[in-house]
Design a protein around this ligand. Structure first.
Ligand code: KIV
Ligand code: ZN
Length: 520
């Protein structure tokens, strides 16, 4: 059933790669954006907003690459109302199977006066001009009224009418600052449906920020009032308090059909996997009690609840864990499993590594199987994520020996391979992790500042693999590195090295590709 034919079908527009990436520290590289875009496409979102092409060369290239790769979803790029923004957007999008230009301008009195320093007539004129220009390039154009929820009603109606008149097929009314409350926001949607004469020629869309914790409630109220596109992000990632969380909207629609009789095309069984992917890549952890994707979302701690669930799951479970892709951890492979079984398992989990990635991952799997009796799907996912990035790294982890414990001093003896040459160093620190990071700094001097160090256990048990995220910041640019290992200290070292490799790639884009930092 296509979105446009069924009046109860809600279009899911994911903006994790654009608005989500605007969260400070959530910057992603091209490879990471592509992995997320592919996962979103497989999950069945209708539109993937891949970036803001004029904002940087990196964003432009990511949008272009995603446009060329995505098979099913529409791919959108964002642009302001200026001609060069729109043209650059189209340059990035034009090879998409189903491109969409998304263009916006602020319409609230506050934004027009202070941000744009434009009067209402100039803004209205810019709406028509920008939509017409976009429509000349691309059949599918979305127009957004930034700060729409704080816009004066008559003016909003005039802008919307003009955008539709000039060819916009989707009209988005963002609650940019997360100020709206559900009934008021629903009334705004109804008002537009009642008053704008050509509104039947467009889909009304909503885009809610979560400053008051109401983004999902506002989005659902708007759907009930007649909006048929929701803009959202995985895990509610986004500027400030974030955007409406895709998984919450989609599961509310699926679970509460009696009150919300609408459908989406999202295969909800993919939700957990995509949520973890976004969290690992961005280094933004999901709080344990987060709806749908938090670690405790389906856990029953109290005896009364456990008893109830055992007697009948529906006593305390309104959704099944399986409906969001949460399955019981499977013991998948063991010490004796061969390369063929390993490759098959990767294929089942949706990975198709190239030969170098497969070799690295298989070696790591064998090492892990020596240390850990039972290897689960989650372990394999962590290993392959880690091995993928290693294949192309200039700095590689070789070995680590650490002296830790309460007596001190803590000491790290580290070997790294730097541009093909193995180097060794020892360093002390205030604790083992500090000693390891000091050792890395000795081998690869750099000025980047550590912004985040985060550890999480991939599975249960004391022999669980640790997955570590390290965020480094240099000259205003941030990178996230990940590392997984049964030894938390080795995982920490791998994560730091991964982040450093990404920094080198960023630097190479600015400078000639010489290793600027080694201590040799
Ligand atoms: O929050 C907002 O207003 C936006 C628009 C640019 C769509 O992100
Ligand atoms: Zn936004």
């Amino acid at each position: 059933m296509t979105a446009s034919r069924d009046s109860n079908r809600v279009i899911v527009f994911d903006t994790t790669l654009r608005d989500g990436e605007q969260s400070p520290g959530a910057a992603m590289n091209m490879d990471e954006k592509i992995r997320i875009a592919q996962a979103l496409d497989e999950m069945g979102v209708d539109v993937i907003e891949a970036g803001f092409p004029i904002s940087s060369q990196g964003d432009f290239e990511a949008v272009r690459a995603i446009a060329g790769l995505v098979k099913n979803a529409q791919v959108a790029g964002l642009s302001r109302a200026a001609d060069r923004d729109i043209d650059r957007n189209w340059e990035a999008l034009q090879h998409a199977k189903r491109p969409r230009i998304h263009t916006f301008i602020s319409t609230s009195p506050l934004h027009m006066k202070y941000k744009l320093q434009m009067g209402p007539n100039a803004v209205l004129e810019a709406v028509g001009r920008s939509v017409a220009r976009a429509r000349n390039l691309c059949e599918d154009v979305e127009w957004s009224a930034e700060d729409g929820s704080r816009t004066e009603a008559d003016f909003l109606c005039r802008c919307v009418e003009s955008a539709i008149h000039h060819g916009a097929r989707t009209i988005n009314i963002p609650d940019t600052v997360g100020y709206a409350v559900p009934d008021e926001y629903a009334d705004l949607i109804k008002m537009l449906l009642n008053r704008v004469p050509n509104i039947d020629k467009a889909v009304l869309s909503v885009h809610c920020h979560n400053d008051l914790g109401l983004a999902v409630a506002n989005s659902l109220a708007a759907v009930k009032a007649g909006a048929r596109q929701v803009e959202c992000t995985i895990n509610g990632l986004g500027e400030r308090a974030g955007n409406a969380a895709l998984e919450e909207i989609v599961m509310a629609l699926r679970t509460r059909q009696n009150s919300l009789p609408y459908k989406t095309g999202v295969k909800t069984e993919h939700i957990t996997k995509v949520s973890r992917l976004v969290s690992t890549i961005t280094g933004f952890p999901v709080q344990p009690n987060k709806a749908i994707v938090g670690a405790n979302a389906f856990a029953h701690e109290s005896g009364i609840h456990q008893d109830g669930v055992l007697k009948h799951a529906a006593t305390y479970e309104i959704m099944t864990p399986e409906s969001v892709g949460l399955t019981k951890s499977n013991i998948v492979l063991g010490k004796l499993s061969g390369r063929h079984a390993f490759k098959d398992k990767l294929a089942q989990l949706g990975f198709e590594p190239d030969d170098a990635e497969l070799n690295e991952a298989f070696k790591r799997f064998k090492d892990l199987a020596d240390k850990k009796r039972e290897i689960f799907d989650e372990d394999i996912v962590a290993l392959i994520d880690d091995s993928r990035s290693i294949a192309s790294q200039r700095i590689r982890f070789v070995s680590l020996q650490v002296v830790a414990g309460s007596k001190g001093p803590q000491l790290a003896d580290l070997e790294l391979e730097i541009d093909g040459k193995v180097e060794n160093v020892q360093a002390r620190g205030n604790g083992p992790v500090d000693a390891i990071f000091n050792a890395i700094r000795k081998l690869v001097p750099h000025t980047a500042v550590l912004q985040l160090y985060q550890v999480h256990a991939v599975t249960g048990g004391t022999d669980a693999q640790a997955e570590v995220t390290v965020r480094l910041e240099e000259e205003g640019k941030t990178v996230n590195g990940q590392g997984a290992d049964a030894d938390t200290l080795v995982a920490s070292c791998r994560a730091y090295v991964h982040a450093l490799n990404k920094l080198l790639v960023k630097r190479e884009k600015r400078e000639p590709p010489a290793m600027t930092a080694t201590a040799r």
